[in-house]
Design a protein around this ligand. Sequence first.
Ligand code: FES
Length: 357
Amino acid sequence: MVGFLKSLFRPKVKKAVSVQPFGSYFEVCGSETLLEAALMNDVPFPHNCTVGTCGACKCRLISGQVKAITDFGYTLSKQEIEAGFILACQAVPLDEETRLEVVSSGIDAPPPEKYTGKVAEARSLTHDIMLVEIALDRPLKYVAGQYANVEYSGLSRARSYSFADAPDINGRSRVSFMIRKVPGGEFTEALHAGALEGKELSIDAPHGDFYLRTSVAPMVCIAGGSGLAPLLSILEDARKKRVERPCTVLFGARTSADLYALDQLDNISKGWRGSFHFIPVLSHEPEDSDWNGARGLVTSFISDALEKEPGEGAEFYMCGPPGMIDSAIEIASREGIALENIHYDKFTDQSTQAPKS
Ligand code: FES
């Protein structure tokens, strides 16, 4: 008992953390995460979800060891972890001194703000994906590929969805998202049942550093399921801006009934400056259907995509479930694509959340 009381009054060991390029220094107490301590000390550390799913707090561990609260591999790629990247919101320092480096994504986006909105239109794209248009209280500016956090009173936590439209230079008063129904998902079940019509939503945006880098290198875009939304936004924006570079889009779906936005892709293709190839790949299409296209896993067609766009330095842009992204990064790396040329947005839902360790 005496030992226990003493332990309550024993000064907690503080661990020193320095952050480049800010040149900031702060101390972490007890089981605080690096992000918690940084924010407590007014260090402008990039962050968003704070629960290890968005990747916004990704930074490089230069020295020191950390304990991961959840597996970094859920959000970061194996290659990033090998290169020393961690998630500050999920890392507790173990050593007395830790050095971190925050690597700027270079995105030129306005800072996030809160908007209010209402569902203006919702229509089914497939049996489980809806296109949802939200009318906002004022125009919202974002960079193609970014996302918004959406919530309403009574919802246990905000949900993140990528903007599906190309941005407008003056901001968009209506924004749209492609939202997949998650079985048992509080938000998506209500949405698909029409229960959110007329309800006031709170939108916190823009967020994310998934965007088209300035380059003339061939692009390989890979989408899985509802992951087509940010890629459509990027591609439509690039088409409008008359970007000229070769592009191949791989779109993975289970069956032909799960393909959507084909007209939009066709329009992008027709207006694209440079070669444009679209390869839909079906993983569970019945053998006896009249589908003549590619079958199997979308990642199995990466070599085909690279053959269509020969030349050094292809850039990858991918959005989809964690398993697809991890596998695509592995294959792209084997094909010689440098890690800095692989950009991705892993989407998450309750079915893919990492367990706390
Ligand atoms: S803030 Fe750390 S992963 Fe989102």
